[in-house]
Design a protein around this ligand. Sequence first.
Ligand code: CS2
Ligand code: MN
Length: 394
Amino acid sequence: MLMIHTMRWFGPSDPVSLRDIRQAGASEVVTALHEIANGAVWPCETIRARKAMIEAAGLGWTVVESLPVPDAIKTRGAGWEEMIDHYRASLANLAACGIRTVTYNFMPVLDWTRTDLAWAMPDGALALRFELEAAAVFDMHVLRRPGAERDYPPDLLTSAERRFHAMDAIERDRLQRTVIAGLPGSEETFTLDQFRAALAQYEGIDAEALRANHIAFLEAVCPMADELGIRLVVHPDDPPFALFGLPRVVSTEDDVAALFDRVPNPSNGLCFCAGSFGARADNDLPGMIQRLGSRIGFLHLRSVQREGDGVFHEAAHLEGDAEMVELVSRIHALQRREGRSIPMRPDHGHQMLDDLAKTTLPGYSLLGRMRGLAELRGVERGIAHRAAPEHSPG
Ligand code: CS2
Ligand code: MN
């Protein structure tokens, strides 16, 4: 029993086509109706038309990534009830079209965050990288967030200040755009003033309050999702720690275990993102697959190389800190135990080869992801073959 091999597709405007994805070895795409505003209901006809387009290319669509949770739900602010109603209506429409897995995140304001989108690996391929010092440069000297100095160790503040003064206007602008202009996975892009206004919505919301809001969201949507046969899978925080004074509460095994404890509904699930959880050395990735397995409805297989406190880059899929072969073998055992195939995607990949000369979405160029998918499928086949009884073709 193999995983369901998917690749993310950003819809008809994605420079990577459905044909490319099929040739890369995926049998399905995961996608979203990116053209629909955050918080608006996804209409049945639009879902159905998109699904037909994907199927006409010989691929399937059973996993949504993402149905965004608006800030009004995350803050439990004005409009909460209406936004919950919309979310439920979108889930019902997705279920009616045969989509059963819906990814979301509960990160305030920003989705995934990096400080460098073109970090050169020794072989010349480009990787995404996060460096807390660069985030501090942005926070302290570009955003100038009041009280920001309390969130960083003193020596980091000193080196961040030195670094800021050594940067020219182009470098400062690039850093600002990298942090807040919105990576392809995120649903929003900001100017500096918009970002400040977005942060202000979270004033007074600490980790405890955010977790309570997350539980309130799950309690409001999970009973209906149970009935629809939909599994909602939460994507962990990326990176898995608080940033820019915003709390993050889906960063560790304890965080997710608490969610399943408080809201035990079967629809309450996890998108296990090895790259996100793996940016923290205290997340035991193989153990998490073991212990959280029954909740895992979607897999993002990607590895990061931790370089030190608050610094990591995205490694090739079988390199870095993730122990990928061990992860795939735990997934294989989980699938056999539970008799189900779990959808996976290679998450991001390096920008490499011919893609270096193209304009690509950071993290989502074709060739690096194709390499990742090919390597992961090879590992999986090897494991499945060895586990199969000798007489079976495996
Ligand atoms: C994705 C996330 O690109 C990525 O890193 O894994 O953007 C993910 O789609 C969202 O956090 C899920 O809501
Ligand atoms: Mn991910």
